[in-house]
Design a protein around this ligand. Structure first.
Ligand code: C2O
Ligand code: CU
Ligand code: CU
Length: 415
């Protein structure tokens, strides 16, 4: 029951809606039993995880109704906040909307060492932000209009971790939010109702090198950020986390009404990243996001829509590349690559246009209308062939489902 008195048919993972938060450590061997008890084919993709192509959970790793999929891999990356979600060919939007998603958190010796809020559900919280639309009988309304197919499915009811009108009772100390935009299509500009500054400590795939003071942060679908809000002088007060993109819609109420039992202080230096060197790039690869086939056509990248039987790019292991991603349309898209992280080096031809909060390890980048970005990227550790390619796509799930996606293999360098 999202709405009191009305029940909503949902999908879930070990749960009636969404899934558990899975906490893993760098270096740990993971073995999953993913059983599909739905009456339809499903998949489960580990978004942000650096892993072999056949464990990735993309559209080629279908789990038929009743089947068991047993991916296993070793965690091989920095501490970060990732997620898992359905990635079924042409069905991702609908399956995620119904609830097939959850958070997977990587911890490591840096996250152990740093003096950050890390007491789960006391000063460290997952926030999966989603918007949904409901029919009068309580069921989810998915793609009721042509506009929703075009712009992506947006709802008028906001929820965090599957709760409508959510609130948290919080201690008067630093509090950490691991924020995931788990929405199908909506872009949020998050800020606090008192205009307070918070510290961003992580981008999609790692901590930042140093915390960044912000009063708002924009997250497009699938982007993550970890932020720390200092509530130590706010005992007795109530704040809201709001979306400035949508008339300051309140998303989460923060009641500062508990006594802090510990103190943390975000360090001035977090970790050292290893940025890729753009001058080492062996080529620039263009990705042009657009449409084909007129008004009733589909979305496309480089003039072609997703085809499961076509490999669009072959990367070579350990080669540095620049990807130039351009949005030729008058609507916002974003771009996500599986398998690895990248760094954003230019927006519209200039490094100065890259926002501070998108500097760091990223796997998803926003592309406002007619913008272009350059990222530097390198495939490491895992080669994969046409039986288990990695995906790149717009993470507005209705665009992905309507063709704005492609596939790449990763080859071993010639001997
Ligand atoms: Cu979040 Cu191709 O996925
Ligand atoms: Cu992904
Ligand atoms: Cu898009």
């Amino acid at each position: 029951e999202f709405i009191a008195g009305l029940s909503t048919p949902t999908f879930g993972i070990n749960s009636s809606y969404l899934g558990p938060v899975i906490k893993v450590r760098n270096g740990e061997n993971l073995n999953f039993n993913v059983r599909n008890n739905l009456n339809e084919t499903a998949t489960l993709h580990w978004h942000g995880m650096h892993l072999p192509g056949n464990m990735d959970g993309g559209p080629h790793q279908e789990i038929l109704s009743g089947d068991l999929w047993q991916p296993s891999f070793t965690v091989n990356q920095h501490a970060c906040t990732n997620w898992f979600h359905a990635h079924t060919h042409n069905k991702t939007g609908e399956q995620v909307y119904r609830g097939l998603a959850g958070m997977i958190i990587v911890e490591d010796t840096d996250s152990d060492r740093l003096d950050l809020p890390k007491t789960w559900a006391e000063d460290d919280f997952p926030l999966i932000i989603q918007d949904r639309k409901f029919n009068s009988n309580g069921s989810f309304s998915y793609l009721p209009s042509r506009r929703d197919e075009m712009h992506g499915m947006m709802g008028d009811t906001f929820m965090i971790n599957g709760t409508v009108n959510p609130y948290l009772d919080l201690p008067n100390k630093e509090v950490r939010f691991r924020i995931l935009n788990g929405s199908n299509a909506r872009v949020y500009q998050l800020h606090l109702s008192n205009g307070a500054t918070f510290k961003q400590i992580a981008t999609d795939n790692a901590f930042r090198e140093t915390p960044l003071n912000l009063t708002s942060i924009t997250l497009s679908p699938a982007e993550r950020a970890e932020i720390v809000v200092d509530l130590s002088t706010l005992q007795g007060q109530t704040l809201t986390l709001q979306d400035a993109n949508n008339g300051n819609t309140p998303l989460l109420t923060l009641n500062i009404n508990k006594a802090a039992s510990s103190v943390t202080r975000v360090p001035a230096q977090l970790i050292n990243l290893t940025p890729l060197d753009p001058t080492a790039a062996v080529r620039t690869r263009p990705f042009v996001l657009g449409r084909i086939g007129g008004m009733n056509g589909s979305f496309a990248i480089n003039g072609v829509s997703m085809n499961m039987n076509r490999i669009d790019h072959d990367m070579t292991l350990n080669e540095v590349e620049i990807w130039e991603i351009s949005n030729t349309m008058g609507m916002t898209h974003n771009f996500h690559s599986h398998a690895t992280h990248f760094q954003i080096i230019e927006r519209n031809g200039s490094a100065n246009n890259v926002a501070d909060y998108e500097k760091g390890y990223k796997d998803t980048v926003i592309l406002p209308p007619n913008e272009r970005v350059k990222v530097v990227v390198k495939m490491t550790d895992y080669s994969t062939d046409a039986t288990a390619p990695y995906m790149f796509h717009c993470h507005i799930l209705e665009h992905e489902d309507r063709g704005m996606m492609g596939q790449f293999t990763v080859s071993q360098p010639p001997a």
